[in-house]
Design a protein around this ligand. Sequence first.
Ligand code: PRP
Length: 208
Amino acid sequence: MLRIAVPKGRLEEGIVDLLKKMGYDLDRVSDLVFKSQELVCFFVRPFDVPTYLVNGAADVGFCGTDVLIESQVSLIQPFFLPSGRSRMVLAGPRGKGIPTGEVRIATKFPNIARRYCESRGLSCRIIPLKGSVELGPISGLSDLIIDITETGRTLRENDLEVLDEIFEIRTHVVVNPVSYRTKRRVVLDFLSRLRRVLEDEGFQEPVR
Ligand code: PRP
C-alpha cells in the first residue's frame, strides 16, 4: 500500500482531483484519511509533509519549495506540479526601503530568512511567527517581513511592497528515498500515472 502525504489547504483540492484522474477510487475514511485499494492519503499541515516522509510514515508527498528549503531535508524530487507560481520575498512598508543598522525581520521561515540575510550581508534579528506575518511592521514588532506572495493582495492590503525576490515557489512531488528503494515498483508506477495525467492535461514541464 502506497502512503501519500497531501498538504491541506490551497493545494489539497487539485491534488485529490489528480489522484482521481490517475484512477484511484478514493473513499473518505475521515477528514484526515482517504483510502483506495492501492493507496492511503494522509491530509497533513503543509509544513509536516517532509516530517511524514523522512520518518517513514509516508512514501510520496507534495511540497512547496518554501517548505522544502525551510525544513532542510533531503528528499527525491522527480518533478513539479503545474500549480500557480508564488514567490518568497523580502517586503516592507511602502516607500521606506531597507532601514540601516540591524533589521528586525518577522517570518514563518527563520532558516530561509537567516540564510538570505547572510548571503546579502544584512545584519538582522529574525522574529519567528506562526502566521499573519504582515502584522509585524504594522504593530512595530518588526521592520520588514520575509513571506510568500502570490497575488500580492496581502501585501497591498497592508501597505507593504516587495523589496527583493528571494526565490520562486513551485509544488514539488517528493519521494522518501527509502521507499524509492524498498517500494520501487509501486512508487515508479504512481509517478508514471501522475506524469501521464499531467501530460494529458497539457502540462509541458513534468520532468526536470
Ligand atoms: C500566505 C502568505 C500570505 C498570503 C499571500 O499565507 O503568508 O499571507 O499567503 O498570498 P497573496 O499574495 O495571494 O495575498 P497562507 O495563505 O499560505 O496562509 P498562512 O498565513 O496560514 O500560512
